[in-house]
Write a protein that binds this ligand. Sequence first.
Ligand SMILES: Nc1ncnc2c1ncn2[C@@H]1O[C@H](COP(=O)(O)OP(=O)(O)OP(=O)(O)O)[C@@H](O)[C@H]1O
Ligand SMILES: [Mg+2]
Length: 306
Amino acid sequence: MTGQTGSIDAVASLLAGQGYVSSRALSTVVFLSLKLGRPLFLEGEAGVGKTEIAKAIASALGRRLIRLQCYEGLDASSAVYEWNFAAQMIAIRTAEAGAKSGGGADRDALKAELFTEDYLIERPLLQAMRPQAGGAPVLLIDELDRTDEPFEAFLLEALSDFQVTIPELGTIKAPEAPIVILTSNRTREVHDALKRRCLYHWVDYPTFDRELEILRARAPEAQDALSREVVAFVQRLRDADLFKKPGVAETIDWAKCLLALDVVQLSPEVISDTLGAILKYQDDIQKIQGSEAKKILDEVRKGLVA
Ligand SMILES: Nc1ncnc2c1ncn2[C@@H]1O[C@H](COP(=O)(O)OP(=O)(O)OP(=O)(O)O)[C@@H](O)[C@H]1O
Ligand SMILES: [Mg+2]
């Protein structure tokens, strides 16, 4: 382990250097995951910085980021490797043409040649097992809850020994375990067996102070007074009865929209006109628009003065 990640504080400032504002608890779990070489499993609401932290770790450590985006129906061939059938077909046709003109194709030799690395398409899990110039890569397995249980079981095995067996080629083993980060939006529970291999952290919505710090890092051009109003307003909205609460991503987007409109201070009109940056469901927008926006804004102003 390098001095860069030798303590919790070092990890926090490494992340801060990438514009990532981490809580103490998150810095701790990242530190431990790096130190113990354990996968890190992050769950939390949408837009709270789960994916971003993998990017921040990779770029801070100068490692390659390899991302496996999960989706329903994701299977091993899309996650690990596939044979390039098209290229194999061309090779077969070429060999056949050669045979007709008297070359005499040797079936076994052809078969051996078709299943070599030249015809292998490497998908993220296999890529992550390969040596990389800057050191072991960061493997981001994003939105794991979108896949199904068979894939999870398969993943469990891949993560336990960091090796992949390709029947035609043999076993490929990572020279050094990748830094693994798994994320989930918890649309379903991920199996205990997989969780047990990982360090777990629930990424919560940030506190007012931390969200303000994030906004300063991500939208530094915003005036402090506006940033405070924006953060306080969004924090209040998260307490409201909404179908979909705004994440940090929405706070940043909203601030950028307001900047684009040259807004220096919130008003009920401005809020109503720009609610689409923070709320993405018409029912939620209707609920907040108008008098409710004014009421929340008044509360926000009172809170900020106090
Ligand atoms: N702690 C943080 N520090 C800096 N930026 C942050 C932080 N949290 C969130 N962000 C910003 O919010 C945006 C959304 O974060 P990210 O995409 O990582 O969310 P997520 O948790 O992966 O959401 P989803 O579940 O929707 O994929 C990022 O582009 C990042 O700029
Ligand atoms: Mg994400």
